[in-house]
Structure formats: C-alpha cells, structure tokens
Design a protein around this ligand. Sequence first.
Ligand code: HEM
Length: 470
Amino acid sequence: MPDRRRASAFPAPPGAPIPGRLDARAVLGRAVIDAEFLRDPYPTYRVLREAAPLVWSDEFFGGAWLVTRHADVELVLRDARFSAQRTGGWVMQPADAAHAGRSGLQGFQRLFARAMIFLDAPDHTRVRQVMSAAFRPADLQRLVPRIERAVAERLSAVDAGAPFDFVGVLARPLPAQVIAWLMGLDDAEGAVSADVVAWSDELAHFVGAPAPNHAQALSAQTALLAMARYFDGLLARRRAALTRGAEPCDDLIGRLLQAERDGQIRGSAELLAQCVMLLFAGHETTRHLLANGLRTLLSHPEQWRQLQRDRALLPGAVRELLRFDSPVQYTGRRVTTDLVLHGQALRRGDLLVALIGAANRDPARHERPNELDITRRPAPPLAFGQGPHVCIGAALTLMEAQAVFAQLLERWPDLALTPGAPTHWTGNALYRGLNELSLQCSALMAATPAEAPTLPPSPTARSSEPACKP
Ligand code: HEM
C-alpha cells in the first residue's frame, strides 16, 4: 500500500527497528502474522492494543503503523489527513525485491486506483453520490423476496440426512448472485457467471495479502483485466442499446451509464473500475459474514436457542456477529502530511493499517469484548468502517444475513457444527473467513419450506426494449 518513494523519510531497511518507534516483533516476540494469528488474531490484537496506540510492523506492505484502538481506528477512517489513495506502492512495489518496479502492472494499477474505495474527495464524493442512488432502502427492499426465495431453494437442495458444506451450498454462491441482481449481471435464469466468482477470488488473494509478491500481483492483474473485459463487452452492448433509443435500465449498471452520459462518471475506465470493485467488495465480504457468523453462533448453542425463542433479536445478533469476528479485519490509509499522533511523528506517505478486528474487541469501547452476546446493544460495530468510505453495502448485507439466519432457524432448529470436522480458514489476514463449514441438520428431517414469495418481475420481462439485456 505505501508508496515507498514518499515513505523514504524512514531510512532503515524493512525489518530494522527504528529508534523511537515500537516494533511489533519486539512487542510480540514473534511475527504478527503466523498460522496461529490466521486461526485466531484476537490475542495478538490485545497485546498490540495494550502496548501502544501505534506499533510499527514491516510485515504489512513493506512497513506500516498498526492502529488497534477503537478511538484511533475511528479517527483514521474519518480524518481527511489520512488518504484512501493507497494503491500506488501496493500494486507497483514488490514484496520480492527481484521484481522492483513491477513492470507490466500498469493496467492493473490504472484501473484499481479509480475505484471509489481508493478515491478521496472531491472525486470520491462525486462517484459515491452516483453509487448511493442504487442502494436506496426502497430498491434494496425489492430484492428481499428474491433473496428469500434463493435461500429457500438452496437450502431445499440440501440432503438433511448427511453433513453438508454451508460455504459451498450458500455462503459462497448467494452474495455473488445478489450483487449480480443489483448490478443487472444475471442471465435470464438469474445466474451469475462462475468466471466472475473465480476472478473475484483471485483478486481477494492479492488484496488480502499483507505483502503481495509479484506472482500474486500478476494473477490479480489477469483476473482484474478479465473482469474488465467482461464488463467492457456488457457496457458496450448496453450503450449501443441506449443509442438505439432503448429504455435505460433500472439497475446499478444502468445508473452508472446514465451518470457517464451526465458527466458524473468520467470516462469508461472510471465506470469499469466501479463495476469491478463492487462485484468484488460485495461478495468476498458477505460470504464470510454468513459462514463465520454461523460458525460463531453454533459454537454458542445457548445463544442459537435464544434466537430460536426470540427472532426479534436477529438484527442485533447479526451486528454482534460482525463485531465479534469481522469479515474485514483491516483497511489502510496513507498520511497526507507530516503530523504527530500520540507523540509519534508520522511522515507524509506513511501507511496506517487500521485494524477493525482489533478495534471491535477494544474494552474501552465494548464491555466484555471477548464474549459473544447477541442481546448486546452495541454502538454500531466498526465492521463496515466509518466516515466517508463507510460500507455502501451494509444495509444489503444485513438484509441478506437476516434472511439466511431466519430460514436456518426455522428449518433446522437443531442445526449443529459437524463434530470433529476440521475448520478450514482461508488463511487471508484481511478477509477473515472459511473455505468450508461442515454442518449437520441433526433433526435429520427438514421442515417444510415456507411458500416461495412472489418475485418482482424480472427486467427481461419488460414490454419495451430494455437496454439492460440487449
Ligand atoms: C459483511 C459484509 C461487508 C463488510 C464487513 C464490509 C466492510 C466494508 C468496510 C470496512 C468498508 C470501508 C473500507 C475503507 O474505509 O477503506 C467497506 C466499504 C465498501 N463496501 Fe463493504 N462490506 C460488506 C459488504 C458489502 C457489500 C454487500 C457491498 C456491495 C454490494 C459492499 C460494497 C462496498 C463499497 C463499494 C465500499 C467502498 C465505499 C466507499 O469507498 O465509499 N460491501 N465495506
């Protein structure tokens, strides 16, 4: 993430502690990221949080300040002195010195840097305004019956008499499908291309690597450019239809195209970047909430039963699951001007890694932070970030998670983790999640699924010529 040329105010090579700054290795007596950390990062976060507000680590992007306290993470995410523009050093500087300059990655960098999540005001404000229009509560509510039906269909396909993998059955495919509906990418059957999901996974490996190497960057570039080609074709067809006088589509891509025509989105690269980012941001995260959240709930069977008894607790329970084990563990910001924070001099260009996962367990903010308590009425968890970049998909995610958990509670009251089944963590420090989650329905007999709700008319069913499915 950091642009090392600008961060060169610190002359020491990576790994050498700089006098006056607390080094994470010295604090922990080991590396931050190891197998134990990937399994359970929270003990490490506690040590870092208690040691100092800012701890230096050379393991993140060649060197970064780790911020772990709730108040500081909030500050970093809200304060304009900390910029969201951080892709330069991240994409172009290698973790493996042999590939200095990362030749051949310019295409990747150009596209990546235009995504809203990496923009500052005023460009960020302009693009966010366009995107927000597609996330209005009324628009999202229209998706609920479709989501509920998709969940019911997927759960109905499970053989309740044998253990099944929740990630494969639902947590992985559902969020991709939902984001495809929102964007208008689904085919006539409502399906989303398997390629799109695979590209997104490839990108997640890069984005989630604290020190991505050249090979990871190249694979991510291949995926990103493939995604871009996919969108390019689709956008070209939609533009052509609009030129022929077709009715604009009432989906996210339709809104982006309209904004491009109005000059609010500047050029096809900016438009493409938003499509790619949205697809990726919308599916890598929600899937981990579903699987991590369910694993956490089923590991606390008394709270699962409490939810059975009182479904009104569900919205609060989802928020608590997000606090307890956040699917997005950190984000980054770059210091825009020399400043002093907590007595520590920060230089322009330094990277701050705001550890959301650590902040969500800060006892200064949450009582008994290491206990799951679905009846807790927490301040909104930091899991969706804060400030100008606060997650645009938060409401959609909450709707999706509630639909899934409600149906699981209804259908399989005795749902349980399969005894003895290993836990398959993805091993990604940023996107904390599971590759597989084996469950057993226990009751061995599925309840009769609720009657499938009526779907809103599909865009393909419109009478006038639609630009969305040319
Ligand atoms: C459990 C699910 C999710 C979690 C934990 C999550 C988390 C986050 C966080 C922490 C940020 C702020 C990043 C930063 O400040 O650097 C963010 C931003 C964002 N999220 Fe989510 N997200 C989730 C689901 C979604 C979904 C479903 C979508 C899209 C449909 C989405 C789209 C975005 C976008 C576009 C941004 C950038 C917003 C901006 O830059 O203004 N997210 N998300």
